[in-house]
Structure formats: C-alpha cells, structure tokens
Design a protein. Sequence first.
Length: 189
Amino acid sequence: MIYGYARVSTKTQAKDGNSLESQELSLIEAGATKIFKDAFTGTTTNRPEFDKLLSVIEAGDTLTVTKLDRIARSASEGSRLIKGLIDKGISVNVLNMGKMDNTPTGKLICTIMFAFAEFERDMIVERTQEGRAIARKNPGFHEGRPKKYTSKQIDHAIQLLSNYSYSQVAEMTGISKATLVREKSKMKR
C-alpha cells in the first residue's frame, strides 16, 4: 500500500506551493492511494492524522511525502523517523529527495540527504550568528524584540499616573497596567 501524508502549518501556505491541495495532487501522481492530512505547525507534537498513519502503516508499505519538512521538524528527527520506518520494512519516498528503503542505494540516499539537511541547518545557524555579531557592533543595537512604546509615550503615561489610576491610564494610553507598574518601579530605583 502506498500512503501519502500532507501537512500545512497555516491556511495561507497555498502561495508557497505547499497547500494541502497541491501536496495531495503530487501524492496522487506518485501513486498514493490513501492520504492523511494535518493542518498543524511542524513544531507541535499534536498531529493526529500523522499518528493515525503511523498506526496503520506496516512492512512492505510506502510512505510518500512531498518534502521532508512535512513529516519532521528537524533533520535529526527526520533521520530518526525515517530510519525507524526503514527498520520496520517501510519505504519512505520524499518526492523532492528520493526513495529511501532498506536497499544499499536507499540507505545511501538517506545518509546523503540528511547530511545535506544538517549542513544546511548549520549554515543557517552560522549566518544568523554572524549577522548578530555584525549587528551588535552598531551603536543603537538592541537585542530582542523592539519596544512597543517609545520612551516619550511611557513618560507621558507615568505623568498621567499622578492624576489618574493605573486602570484609567491604561485605558487612555493603551499601555497595559502591568507595563505601567513595571516602568514606574524602574523609575523608583
């Protein structure tokens, strides 16, 4: 039996060619007769249809996906998952990579593809670290999320606290009560 699995993280993935419909068409063209579909982010462990698929697939079957990231959150997880399936006698066909099974060629493809996936991930991490190092050299650099409110807006809100309650100032300015309390306590230091 050839099983297919399709997953989207968001409903807007159609623009990237990753819509459930386009994945399903590719899986059907590749011979999948039963297709399981999830609409969950890859970072969640809650993928009910994928879990159902893993419970029914058995030795001699093939699992077909359009891309590795449809079934795995990382190269290491994908490697473990695919090696586990291959060890059970299940072939895995990743359409943009190749068919991986218990044959010497299948094992070679699996090893090479995961080496490239890991290399690509390492390169992304390296470039990100280099970019951060360059950004830190800039005088106005601030690591992390940008501030939601300017210091002028916070100062104005703190001044309003002399005549109004925290709740009233929060309503007037849109700055949460928690932020006002935190900013006021910073000023007392």
